[in-house]
Write a protein that binds this ligand. Structure first.
Ligand code: FAD
Ligand code: FES
Length: 358
């Protein structure tokens, strides 16, 4: 079964000068396949000048909306985002993979929690879905958003956030941090970095009141916020991260850290979509994802750089050396999940299961 379905673009709405909101038309027979959780993303695929290009875009609609919508920010020299700005129009049919990702927590209607999100730029996209979905699904919970941008003109979803603030008065709060536009409250000027995070945790959001924290934006900002939250007493298990950063595809492989057991190749069994397929791969050769794709086995992937998590699978048997990884949390690593695009076999046999979610 193909991983992609062709979905028609229902609408393309400019959100800021550099961002568009794209809504897909999901036919009734595909609704189940495109049912999603807040915080998940879609992999979009296009042929650009004869090259297959895949990129991940987070869903910004709420799960209760029955709408499938993403926001794409144009990057100056960006291949896919610039192509999308030129080509995506109502009626255009685009290859879209089913929703994936784990940037969320289970929601419960009787939960009384304080969810706090730190977003910068287009990092607001999955956060908007989390805000809308959570405020509807957990009527007793609160949500605070700390949202960093250059200026108010570049704030994606400014109007929608203002509407949410009115609708959920007392339950939804926003702090805009602007780096190139002066605001009266000094705390709100500048960037979201370690010092700003400390200041906000002192004056605005009590760390002991934070039950769940979501962080989405550039890598440096995410790491600084996570470290300051942990230093201020927020448990690491309550912090969820989603990196949008540039994929590291093509980055140099670091020397292998796990001892190679024996000289022989590795016999790999891949379980995907209920099917089991086998192939041999050289140790210290291509990644497991590339080796499987080279055998004609269709597996999910997007960035090939350890960022998007689309190629996540469970190591059921055997050992791998995992290279760059920015997508898995500690508990997933402990349960045996790996990123196949960044994993290299080190045992003589290996079984990978792409069907296991937990
Ligand atoms: C899980 C996940 C969810 C994502 N969700 C969204 C989303 O909702 N909306 C969205 O607009 N993007 C999102 N992204 C980023 C998106 O997948 C692309 O990386 C981005 O659109 C750039 O692709 P491109 O082909 O235009 O640029 P490329 O041709 O890949 O890169 C061009 C240049 O831009 C730099 N660059 C690449 N990505 C970024 C970035 N995100 N910010 C700044 N510079 C960058 C590169 O280093 C390079 O110099 C997400 C990424 C991931 C992994
Ligand atoms: S394909 Fe993106 S992490 Fe492997």
């Amino acid at each position: 079964m193909s991983l992609f379905h062709r979905l028609k673009v229902a609408s393309v709405r400019p959100e800021t000068r550099d961002a568009v909101v794209v809504t897909f038309d999901v036919p009734p027979e595909q609704r189940e396949a495109y049912r999603y959780e807040a915080g998940q993303h879609l992999t979009l695929r296009a042929d650009i000048d004869g090259e297959e290009v895949r990129r991940s875009y987070s869903i910004c609609s709420a799960t209760q909306d029955e709408t499938l919508r993403v926001a794409i920010k144009r990057i100056d020299d960006g291949l896919f985002s610039r192509w999308a700005f030129e080509h995506l129009k109502p009626g255009f049919a685009l290859d879209v993979m089913a929703p994936a990702g784990h940037f969320n927590v289970p929601l419960a209607p009787d939960a009384r929690r304080h969810h706090v999100a730190f977003a910068a730029g287009s990092g607001i996209t999955p956060i908007l879905s989390l805000i809308k979905t959570t405020l509807k699904a957990e009527p007793l919970s609160r949500f605070t958003l700390v949202y960093g941008n250059r200026a108010s003109s570049s704030v994606i979803f400014k109007d929608e956030l203002a509407d949410l603030k009115d609708r959920y008065m007392g339950r939804f709060n926003i702090v805009f941090i602007l780096s190139r536009e002066h605001q009266d409250v000094d705390l709100f000027n500048g960037r979201i970095d370690a010092a700003k995070c400390d200041a906000l945790l002192k004056a605005w959001v009590k760390p002991e009141d934070i039950d769940v924290a979501y962080i989405c934006g550039p890598q440096v900002m995410m790491e600084q916020v996570r470290d300051r939250l942990v230093a201020n007493g927020v448990p690491k298990t309550g912090i969820k991260l989603e990196l949008f950063g540039a994929a590291l595809n093509g980055a140099a492989r670091r020397p292998r850290t796990v001892a190679i057991k024996g000289e022989a190749g590795c016999e790999v069994t891949v379980i995907h979509d209920g099917r089991s397929q086998r192939f041999s791969v050289r140790k210290n050769g291509p990644s497991l994802l590339d080796a499987a794709l080279g055998q004609g086995i269709e597996l999910p992937y997007a960035c090939k750089g350890g960022v998007c998590g689309t190629c996540r699978c469970k190591r059921v048997q055997g050992d791998v050396d995992l290279d760059n990884q920015f997508a898995l949390e500690d508990y997933e690593l402990a349960r045996g999940f790996i990123l196949s695009c960044q994993s290299f076999p080190v045992s003589d046999t290996l079984t990978l299961d792409f069907d296991q979610e937990t």
